[in-house]
Design a protein around this ligand. Structure first.
Ligand SMILES: [Fe+2]
Length: 405
């Protein structure tokens, strides 16, 4: 790998401030990132009776409450939660200081995975929200009610500053808890999280014990019930286990985490886009077909054409497996997707690509490797001001060891 600026084991949760000065060249004031360095020693999962996994008290109390953006512009929010004793209400009650109480109805789903049966997983979308407004919401109507709040993003536009947090490969170890705490305590105050895949690592437990999906939902609620996390799938969401009779990829993930993929014309929840403030965010799936003529390929080809940089000057792509990786961990796993899509990223001047998967922090210069054809032999990354910066942030805290070589 040519000239990659590398520094391993830096803070696992980064906060990026996007600041915009009219439509001139973009200025990014990233501020100071944390000086925290994770220890190299392998961490372990927090025990099932940990505080952070506690079930909320009360009959049929909603648990694992989480929100994400519910449309392309940020005027809708998908609210999700799980009830255990009975389905209970699908209603979300919500209001702001300027509006009366309103209700929105959703649906619930359940699934089985080998010998595990899920709780009742509710998803309710609330729409037509006002931009830049604090809303309170209540779930669990009729039994144990729980109240949370969120703030909608400002209206999409070129001069709108916004602060995203970045987390990848979180898991639910003691180090995962440190990562989430660092994010919460970061003085830059992230307003939404770009999550680059690998959520709970349930698949690292015998029979992919889906109880660990539930604990992860309770562990992360303290952040994701109050601000949207924008989801990307990683390899630990595939849960493909033919030895257990489980052959439908992404089954637990797709039941639990909904995303607004239809709003961007996508046909599957693994690739989609949203606009938020001054950023256009494209989410890709490293683990769905991406070759020529595939649904993801067709979608991305159309999608990149839609981006209007005078409306959203920042063009950000999220994926799980990085295209550029100088560690021996997962080396070249992102290479085939890079070969397919990198010329488009240069053509459309993607600003930054965030990935996880490799358990380290790594940041590239703007560079590309798109000159190669079968006869010219030119296959080396070169500096390219039209190319993205690539940032890997897969050191979120899971129990697999850090990449150090
Ligand atoms: Fe991964």
């Amino acid at each position: 790998m040519a000239k990659m600026g590398t520094s391993s084991r830096v803070a696992a949760a980064i906060v990026v401030v996007l600041g915009f000065v009219l439509s001139l060249a973009v200025v990014c004031n990233g501020g100071k990132t944390s000086s925290f360095v994770r220890k190299v020693e392998k961490t372990v999962d927090m025990p099932l009776d940990s505080d952070v996994f506690k079930v909320p008290p009360g009959y049929n109390a909603p648990q694992q409450v989480h929100i994400t953006q519910g449309d392309q512009l940020g005027k809708a929010v998908i609210v999700s939660w799980v009830t255990v004793e009975e389905p209970g209400s699908n209603t979300v009650l919500y209001w702001s200081a300027y509006s009366k109480k309103q209700k929105s109805e959703g649906k619930f789903t359940t699934y089985k995975f080998y010998n595990y049966t899920s709780g009742y997983i509710h998803h309710t979308t609330i729409r037509n929200l006002k931009f830049n407004t604090k809303y309170y919401y209540v779930v669990g109507i009729g039994h144990t009610e729980r109240q949370f709040w969120f703030i909608t993003p400002p209206e999409v536009g070129p001069d709108v500053p916004y602060t995203f947090g970045l987390i990848g490969d979180l898991g639910q170890s003691f180090d995962s808890n440190k990562t989430l705490t660092h994010y919460e305590l970061n003085p830059q105050k992230g307003q939404a999280v770009l999550f680059v895949g690998d959520l709970c690592y349930a698949d690292t437990h015998p029979n992919h014990d889906n109880v660990w999906w539930d604990t992860w939902g309770r562990f992360t609620e303290r952040s994701v019930a109050y601000q949207p996390w924008i989801w990307t799938v990683g390899n630990h969401e595939i849960d493909f286990a033919p030895e257990l009779g489980e052959t439908k990829p992404f089954k637990p993930y797709t039941h639990r985490y909904h995303v607004p993929y239809k709003a961007s014309g996508s046909t599957a929840p693994f690739w989609y886009s949203i606009k938020r403030a001054s950023a256009y965010i494209i989410v890709l799936s490293s683990y769905s077909a991406y070759g020529k003529y595939t649904p993801q390929y067709f979608w991305l080809e159309q999608e990149l054409r839609k981006v209007n940089r005078s409306e959203t000057p920042w063009l950000i792509v999220l994926m799980h497996a990085p295209w550029y990786n100088s560690y021996n961990f997962h080396y070249l796993e992102g290479e085939t997707m890079r070969v397919m899509y990198e010329p488009w990223f240069v053509k459309y001047k993607v600003d930054v690509v965030f990935a996880g998967h490799v358990h380290a922090y790594e940041r590239s210069e703007r560079m590309s490797n798109v000159a190669y054809n079968i006869v010219n032999g030119i296959c080396i990354p070169v500096k390219d001001q039209s190319a993205p910066v690539y940032i890997t942030i897969g050191d979120g805290g899971n129990t697999e060891v850090l990449a150090t070589k």
